[in-house]
Design a protein around this ligand. Structure first.
Ligand code: 5RP
Ligand code: CA
Ligand code: ZN
Length: 226
């Protein structure tokens, strides 16, 4: 209980929190931060200290309002014209039934889109239009493909799928923040694998960050919703 309250406070202050999913899933710890609090510095830390793919979980509600599909649905639709897209179906991912990947975007005011400044701009502006309920301006303000990968949260969120996508959104909801987040997997520079839970916890201690397990997070969310 204390842990979750501290995590929510940290997120409201624009700090990063670390979330390990589960031993029976990816076994990965993601850095998570609120999209509406994003600064270039967060991108720099995620690139250098996490090193995975910087992604933007979007709540189911915001995804619906923006009209963003799952990448798998786009590929299936396009497979009539490009049969290879049908053959590439990710039906065999080993840790979950479905990938959360949606489209990639850049804000139209970015240059290449990849710099820390550009990615923070893209992410912050996306959070802004969702917060202000200006979803209809999405296509005017953003272009695709881009350098920020959107993840579509499952309908029912964490109660339906225990991914970092849904856990990020559950944190935003509990913190009273806009349902758009940023996450990045923590990698191990020495082994070539994901960072172990022990090392992720060590990183949290050394950088004074909250570390949570998915089980703790989901339990807190169930209490929050009941
Ligand atoms: C995108 C990913 C990450 O694992 C990210 O944590 C989101 O995926 P999931 O919701 O499946 O955990 O694959 O880099
Ligand atoms: Ca993954
Ligand atoms: Zn993940």
């Amino acid at each position: 209980v204390i842990m979750i309250q501290e995590a929510l406070k940290a997120l409201r202050r624009g700090e990063i929190v670390l979330v390990f999913d589960a031993d029976n899933r990816e076994r990965e710890t993601d850095m998570i931060v609120a999209a509406e609090k994003i600064k270039p510095e967060h991108i720099r830390i995620m690139r250098n200290d996490a090193g995975g793919l910087i992604c933007v979980p979007v709540s189911w509600e915001n995804s619906e309002k923006l009209g963003i599909p799952y990448m798998t649905d786009i590929m299936e639709e396009a497979s009539g014209r490009y049969p290879v897209l049908g053959k590439l179906s990710p039906h065999d991912i080993p840790y979950d039934e479905k990938s959360a990947f949606s489209i990639t975007v850049n804000h139209r005011k970015t240059f290449t889109g990849i710099t820390d400044n550009d990615r923070a701009l893209t992410i912050g502006e996306l959070a802004g239009i969702c917060r202000d309920d200006r979803h209809e301006s999405f296509g005017d303000l953003f272009r695709s493909p881009g350098h920020v990968t959107l993840l579509r949260a499952a309908d029912g969120h964490v109660l339906r799928r225990g991914g970092h996508t849904e856990m990020s959104i559950a944190l935003m909801e509990m913190a009273g923040l806009t349902g758009v987040a940023v996450c990045c997997e923590m990698m191990d520079d020495r082994t070539g694998n994901s960072l172990s839970t022990e090392d992720a916890m060590k990183y949290a201690r050394e950088h004074d960050l909250i570390f949570m397990s998915g089980a703790e997070l989901i339990e807190s969310y169930m209490e929050f919703r009941s």
